[in-house]
Ligand binder design. Sequence first.
Ligand code: MLT
Length: 390
Amino acid sequence: MDSEVLFTVTRECLDTGLRGYPVGYCTTSYVHPHLGLFYVGRPISELAYKEAEEVIYLLYYGKEGSKSEIEQFKNELVKRAHVDSRVLEQIRLLPRVGQPMKLFAASLLIEGMLEGVGDYREDCLNLIARAPTLVACLINHHAGWGEGPKSRPELGYIENFVAQLALPGGVNKDLATAMKIFNILHYDHGGGNLSTFVGKAVASGLEDMHGSMSAAMSALAGHRHGRANQDCLEFVEKVLQELGENATAGQVENLLREKLAKGDLIYGFGHAVLRVEDPRAAIFYDLAVKKYEAAPIVKIALLLRLVGPKVLAENPKIHDIHPNVDAISSVVLKAAGFDYPHYFAVLFGMARVVGISRQIVYERLEARGGKGTPIVRPKYLYAGDETVSG
Ligand code: MLT
């Protein structure tokens, strides 16, 4: 390995959440500030409408699968998809209070205690295969919808997930399409997003896959990460309530200015890495226009897309601010018939299990010529006594 200088750490870099500071390699995906997300070199726009299993194969093996390889992989996931009934029973005993992400983190620990095999590669594939059943079980339980239909993995990865949801009004076909796109677009987002970083950091201490993933899901639960989609939907709903479905672009503009003047937050814009509109958002906007343009919530989301960047750019301190994926992903889920924002972070987390578990496999078993990365141990400068700090 060469000793080329990649980044210079200055004092301004400290206490900034390691923002942009290179710490390792990621073999699954890459986020380009202007071009957006790539899975194994393929732009996300080319993958959004594929089968979930094809995209998981791409991320897992780092190459596209042939038709027969994908068929084999689908069978592999079907074989691994069965979740022991003791796991499901324990999930159904969890308290039904609080944020559902807590149940997700707990479910992963339970699955690990009862079914973990202690091998990162095996547990990675098992967890990917079982995530839809674990998540459907915890959502049904938390929502009080009963046990829900039994798992039928042969339906397909996302098809089986949607079929296991005991939604009070039933499930429509459009929902499976929206869920599939949502799932694929959220599998991975480079190596440094908080949940992925935390999952890998915990695994670096040689915690097993399930414990590491549970920690990753706790990291994903916060408002600045996985819960942002729920917050965005609430924001769009509030704009709809305040202006009505016949709002004009001018009215939305004025409302945003009023909110900014009051110091209120505007949700759904900006990203840690992206300096353009998130291409994942563009995919959801297209879907929204094609299928749900008449829905009042979609009309408002489209107006926000139109005027939001312009209003925000009136602040000279704000640059390159554009809609992120959360601005529209949650709106599409609602328009498609899943009007349960409480569970949006869990859906994000279920998808991210794919990328996080694969990145943990890389760091534990493949990095540094197979030796794996050492335990994460950055340096903090002591700031309690100026004579010894620095
Ligand atoms: C995302 O999907 O946008 C993220 O996980 C947030 C990030 O990339 O930091």
